[in-house]
Design a protein around this ligand. Sequence first.
Ligand code: CP3
Length: 354
Amino acid sequence: MTQLQNDTFLRALLRQPVDYTPVWLMRQAGRYLPEYCATRKQAGSFLQLCKNTELATEVTLQPLERFPLDAAILFSDILTVPDAMGLGLYFAEGEGPKFERPLQHEADIRKLAVPDLSELQYVFDAVSSIRKALNGRVPLIGFSGSPFTLACYMIEGGSSSDFRRVKTMMYDRPELLHHILDVNAQTVTDYLNAQIDAGAQAVQIFDTWGGALAYGKYHEFSLAYMKRIVGGLKREADGRRVPVILFTKGGGLWLEDLADTGCDALGLDWTVDLAAARRRVGDRVALQGNFDPNALFANPAAIEAEVERLLASYGDGTGHVFNLGHGINQFTPPEHVAALVGAVHKLSRHRHAE
Ligand code: CP3
């Protein structure tokens, strides 16, 4: 295996000393980059782009060619998993993701099963291809949706503003939702382990909608399943620890419980104060975040000031991975991203000096 030239990100996730605070951005490959839009057009559609090894590799590397980011993230989507379960994923222009066969009848839910992982071979092929193309430049992050977040799309049949169907099922027929979550958790465990086998050097679980749950329900319907996944993951590859990052958007109230799952790091959205979060989790986990993605619309001087504010609130930089609090907006000016990444590297160095 090629030696990693920049392991700052992996070291920070394990709270080891580094020279500066590493940075990567959720959705760093995407529509705010004109070169991404060009490649996507060439592929035909977003899903065809995900399924084309060469083009998926190309778009994964695009943000790294522009900005000195400290990690790459596999170009794919969380909804490839329910697609492999036979739900029929498609993207309606301007409407986001949709499923042809959502889970809305008990009989369909009872039939749901862990899919044959060969249905997702294109994802593992992309991981191997990206690792090869990176040639040790920076580590590669693999990812999956959380069982609950996947269930939201599987039951609603697409995006939702109120999660009406999911919540009806949760309160009326909790055993049905538990069955879906059980199948999802087993599938995600196998899926992430296969990404690790293919070369993913860290993995992140995106729990985008866990924060929409009521107190107590979050623990029962989202956290418990992520904890089960963390317990089932391979934690070492090529003699190095493979860190696991859990990101529950809107999960700021539950950081102690998230830290107790056995994961290595927590992703934080922008509603959380880094200093307070750090006091609450102590030395149990590293923290990743949490720049407001919409602050990237401000001018570069304002962006720099906001970066300084976040770095200062974290304090000495050990165990911090800089990121956005959620995915980057498609209308973000790429020059502003350059200002952000430059500011993180420049302004964090003195916080890591001995
Ligand atoms: O971070 C990266 O660069 C890796 C790629 C990545 C994508 N989706 C590519 C993508 C990752 C990590 C995801 C995760 C994902 N997908 C999540 C969890 C993270 C989050 O943002 O909360 C969710 C909820 C999805 C489901 C999904 N996929 C939605 C809701 C959409 C439409 C949203 C939109 O911006 O239109 C997608 C499509 C999608 N996934 C795009 C990209 C680059 C845009 C598709 C396009 O090119 O038209």
